[in-house]
Design a protein around this ligand. Structure first.
Ligand code: VGL
Ligand code: ZN
Length: 208
């Protein structure tokens, strides 16, 4: 259970805990297999960092990433959106619903910041740093920079979507990035997990 970590500097290291929400756990609308298994690990990790940021997928009802907003399409279809390709999802993490709440056993006390994303009805947002146009910032990058953060550790859901894009964007912004794979779980759609591992490695993300 105790994940091997390099020595943590509470001034320059941050832990990003990605989307550990009911809808991504078994029984949820977009359940990730084993999503609930990482809650204990995430809690243990948070206790070892001086800075912790949580993210929360937080969509308005009728969000354009929902298959239900595209008559004739089914969940997990891929379509073109003005900003590029988009996988369509079951309705999930609708603002204020039980599905959008953090897993009840996630200990959120150590988090100084909660970043909500995917709030623009017209555009999906996997990354904690940018919406899926890869341009519209959430503000987290500037916030971490202003705090003097140099290295970003990630855990959470899902490895191949929100964790991956957050990791890639963190690299693009110049942070050192470590993904704690044991404390992540994947959706794994059409090989997306293998692709995610390759893309992250190529971008210089450390996979621990
Ligand atoms: C996510 C699909 C849609 C994630 C969020 O948290 O990985 N995946 N919205
Ligand atoms: Zn979403």
């Amino acid at each position: 259970m105790a994940l091997a970590l390099p020595p943590i500097d509470s001034a320059t290291d941050v832990l990003l805990v990605i989307d550990i929400q009911n809808d991504f756990c078994p029984g949820g609308a977009l359940a990730v297999a084993g999503g609930n298994e990482i809650v204990t690990m995430a809690n243990a990790l948070m206790a070892r960092f001086g800075r912790v940021v949580l993210t929360q997928d937080w969509h308005p009802a009728g969000h354009r990433s929902f298959a239900s907003a595209h008559p004739g399409h089914a969940a997990f279809d891929r379509i073109q959106m003005p900003y590029g390709g988009q996988t369509l999802w079951p309705d999930h993490c609708v603002q204020g619903t039980a599905g959008a709440a953090f897993h009840p056993e996630l200990d959120t006390r150590a988090a100084s910041l909660i970043v909500r994303k995917g709030m623009d009805a017209a555009i999906d947002s996997y990354s904690a740093f940018f919406e899926n146009d890869r341009r519209t910032a959430t503000g987290l990058g500037g916030c971490l920079r202003e705090l003097g953060v140099r290295r970003v550790f990630l855990c959470g859901l899902a490895t191949d979507y929100c964790v991956k894009y957050s990791a890639l964007d963190a690299r693009r912004l110049g942070f050192e990035v470590v993904v704690l794979l044991e404390a992540c779980r994947a959706i794994d759609l059409n090989g997306s997990l293998a692709d995610a591992l390759t893309d992250m490695r190529q971008a210089g993300v450390s996979l621990a």
